[in-house]
Design a protein around this ligand. Structure first.
Ligand code: GAR
Length: 201
């Protein structure tokens, strides 16, 4: 069974959607460990409630690479095969990323390369985009810039607020992430330049 390491900083709804997909046999994997850089993250409490290994490594004030070394140790100790960022709001060092080549996934609430970085839903509204959505991608050393695995579009409605748009995008995130994880775990893809090619997509 492939072992997932989840990194989160907040609410953890994407983590819970992954946990549900596993429980409902839509995703063949197990969650080896959940790590948060914020001790008060609701996602961490939810992981503990589900009886998972959940660890908090507070990041405040720590040098990025020193912190990431701790993180690597925690993930290695739990023998993770794939790392899933699920609302992990801290930039990873190149050191961390090079430790797990093409083994780190992220979910982002826009159709990348549009609206990378923080507050992607706000950026889409401000820009007047008619369609936004969500993206699962491999993590490389840039900001939300790694090869794209899967995307779902979400229309922007005239009456949308950041909250209403975020809610509709989040529903799609919850569907998309488990499918993208299943694809990567299956190994049934290849990366050609920036393109992730798979008969499963
Ligand atoms: C999600 O919308 C996720 O796409 C976003 O944070 C939210 C976390 O929600 N991630 C980013 O913006 C990363 N740049 P969750 O804690 O309920 O999964």
């Amino acid at each position: 069974m492939k072992r997932l390491g989840i990194l989160l900083s907040g609410r953890g709804s994407n983590f819970l959607a992954i946990a549900d997909a596993i429980a409902e046999h839509r995703l063949d994997a197990e969650i080896a460990v959940v790590i948060s850089n914020r001790p008060d993250a609701p996602g961490l409490a939810a992981a503990l409630e589900r009886g998972l290994h959940a660890i908090s490594f507070p990041s405040q004030g720590l040098d990025r690479e020193i912190y990431d070394r701790q993180l690597i140790e925690g993930l290695r100790a739990h023998h993770v095969d794939l790392i899933c960022l699920a609302g992990y709001m801290r930039i990873l060092s190149g050191y961390f990323i090079r430790e797990f080549p093409q083994r780190i996934l992220n979910i982002h609430p826009s159709l990348l390369p549009a609206f990378p970085g923080l507050d992607a839903q706000h950026q889409a509204l401000e820009h007047g985009a008619k369609i936004t959505g969500c993206t699962v991608h491999f993590v490389d050393e840039g900001l939300d810039s790694g090869p794209i695995i899967a995307q779902t579009p979400v229309p922007v409605l005239d009456q949308d607020t950041v909250e209403s748009l975020s809610t509709r995008i989040l529903q799609e995130e919850h569907r998309l992430y488990s499918k993208a994880i299943a694809l990567v775990l299956s190994g049934n893809y290849r990366i050609d330049g920036r393109r992730v090619i798979s008969s499963m997509l």
